[in-house]
Write a protein that binds this ligand. Structure first.
Ligand code: FBP
Length: 338
């Protein structure tokens, strides 16, 4: 039978739309000879839930999902309605996806056992980060970490399955609900960013192999904390200012981290006299962003060591965090070691 090769190029008529997240995940799966597609499925589940949450956020002012939910979480923080919506959406998607056995969430006191005897993975998630910005239409995000369980599938979930060091993450990432919705993730081979094309319901590769500048002109800290923090940090910040650095603070960790990743900068949430371990949670905020930071050539420290080397002791523990451009983080560590 006579056949003809497929002619790709149709000029501007059908411009290329780019690589979808799904195709990208599939293409990268080949990097892992023993890959079984389970991790890929979890990434798809997270992408699906983030599309739904992005829709809920974008129409929040028109539907009854703004304001307080009227309950507090284990950290004594007032839960926002959208916190709860996002928590349900991600947990449901991970349950339906069938590859996860347990979820650690900022909105849940204890580990959620998904009663999934074949689930090999544990997910730690901050369903909606930047709560103080939810109702004021400022960028917020989702942060996730993926670990392989340590104990045999089907056996009861043990502490060792959940309280794993950040260096044991098999994948991590975040979703930024900003002027556009973006998903950035890594499976340990660099980090890639995808932008959500709402009209097609697809994430498309927009930021391949992201790189963070080794130095930057931005420092990001809640200046209101300065009376209560280590004076060495203040002199470090003075040094940054003298080098011409500018202050930028959105108050949403994901948004502040993402900007500094693209432009170069450092985010600092130190220990304070009131909060000796700072504010940021290790398991579902710091570890994932530290994983991404290192994958894009940046660094993340608690002031003395890599965030990824911290051995977790409890689900909701906090850690001081200094994350961003490599040379700025090492400069901070030097300032703190004086
Ligand atoms: P949650 O909103 O998930 O609790 O996260 C913590 C957070 O909102 C970060 O996103 C942000 O960087 C920081 O706290 C802001 O803290 P503060 O209001 O003390 O500056």
């Amino acid at each position: 039978m006579k056949t003809q090769p497929y002619k790709q190029d149709t000029g501007k008529l059908a411009y290329k739309v780019g690589v979808t997240l799904d195709r990208f995940i599939k293409s990268k799966q080949q990097d892992f000879p023993f890959a079984t597609g389970e991790l890929s499925q979890i990434l798809r589940d997270i992408a699906l839930a983030s599309k739904i949450v992005s829709r809920e956020i974008s129409r929040a002012g028109l539907s009854d999902v703004t304001g307080s939910f009227g309950q507090t979480n284990i950290q004594g923080e007032e839960q926002q309605k959208l916190d709860v919506v996002a928590n349900v959406r991600f947990t449901r998607a991970l349950t339906k996806g069938g590859e996860v056995c347990a979820v650690v969430s900022e909105e849940e006191d204890l580990v959620i056992d998904l009663q999934n005897s074949k689930g090999k993975y544990v997910v730690a998630i901050d369903p909606l980060d930047g709560s103080s910005n939810i109702d004021v239409n400022v960028s917020i995000g989702t942060i996730f970490s993926i670990y392989r369980r340590k104990t045999p599938t089907g056996s009861p979930i043990q502490e060792q399955d959940v309280l794993q060091k950040g260096s044991e993450q098999v994948a991590a990432g975040y979703v930024l609900y900003g002027s556009s919705t973006m998903l950035v993730y890594s499976t340990g081979n660099g980090a890639n960013g995808f932008t959500y094309e709402r009209s097609l319901g697809e994430f498309f590769l927009s930021h391949p192999q992201m790189q963070m500048p080794a130095d930057g002109g931005i420092y990001t800290i809640n200046e209101g904390l300065t009376p209560y923090i280590n004076p060495n940090i203040l002199s470090y910040l003075e040094g940054c200012k003298r080098k011409g650095a500018s202050a930028r603070y959105i108050g949403s960790l994901v948004a502040d981290f993402h900007r500094n990743l693209l432009k170069g900068g450092i985010y600092l949430y130190p220990a304070t006299s009131q909060a000796p371990n700072g504010k940021i949670r290790l398991m579902y905020e710091a570890n994932a962003l530290a994983f991404i930071a290192e994958q894009v050539g940046g660094a993340a420290s608690d002031g003395t060591k890599r965030i990824l080397d911290i051995v977790p002791e409890n689900l909701h523990q906090r850690t001081p965090i200094y994350i961003g451009s490599k040379n700025m983080v090492s400069g901070l560590e030097k300032a703190l070691s004086v």
